[in-house]
Design a binder for this molecule. Structure first.
Ligand code: URA
Length: 198
């Protein structure tokens, strides 16, 4: 039988043996198992790796704020990622100074963790999966773009579960205009209503 500890060991092994690209540490999912509600993000950043938990950095603050606004807390939901290590790019400046920044996980990196995420979904056995951004959306559904499907619930035949696509919380940082903000806010209200029907 699979366990969270098995998943942790597999993530550790895959990450520590990955040599194709630069990475900056790895984490597992967080939250109760089993759990009716599963959020799936993209990949951890620096703060997540430091604290060993998904969504605890800047995007995590936005995420938790909205989660609390619909009367949910981190203790009631499971949160995980599509890619379990932190994809990074390292740039050397002309002065010799190096900067490390996050990058979007590449297709092979998403594939690397396909089995792990599938196994986590089986273990968590959620009624609904909320995808945060395009990376988990494309990994778990046939939708091409978040813009086409966000804020609605779908029954996914392959997963045999409901899926509710949302924008990634960090999209709020890039789209500071009121229209986007209102739409993002409304999506959380829609999620709240959907959760009440499950
Ligand atoms: N963004 C993600 O997609 N996942 C995290 O864990 C943190 C930020």
């Amino acid at each position: 039988m699979n366990t969270l500890e098995n998943l942790r060991l597999k993530i550790k092994e895959l990450s520590e043996n990955y040599t194709d690209e630069e990475i900056g540490g790895w984490i597992t999912g967080d939250g109760p198992v089993p759990c009716n509600i599963l959020f799936v993000g993209e990949a951890p950043g620096k703060t997540e790796v430091e604290q060993g938990k998904p969504f605890v950095g800047m995007a995590g603050e936005t995420f938790e704020e909205y989660l609390n606004s619909i009367d949910l807390t981190r203790t009631k939901v499971r949160v995980t990622n599509t890619c379990f290590f932190r994809p990074i790019k390292i740039k050397e400046g002309k002065t010799g100074r190096t900067t490390v920044s996050n990058r979007t996980p590449k297709s092979p990196e998403i594939k690397l963790f396909k089995e792990i995420l599938d196994e986590e979904i089986e273990l968590v056995n959620p009624k609904i999966i909320i995808t945060l951004g395009n990376i988990p959306l494309k990994r778990l559904t046939n939708f091409k773009s978040i813009g086409d499907c966000h804020g609605q619930v779908y029954f996914n035949e392959e997963l045999k579960r409901y899926v509710f696509p949302m924008y990634h919380p960090s999209a709020l940082t890039y789209n500071r205009n009121d229209t986007f903000k209102k739409m993002y806010h409304d999506d959380w209200i829609k999620l709240k209503k959907v959760l009440e029907t499950l």
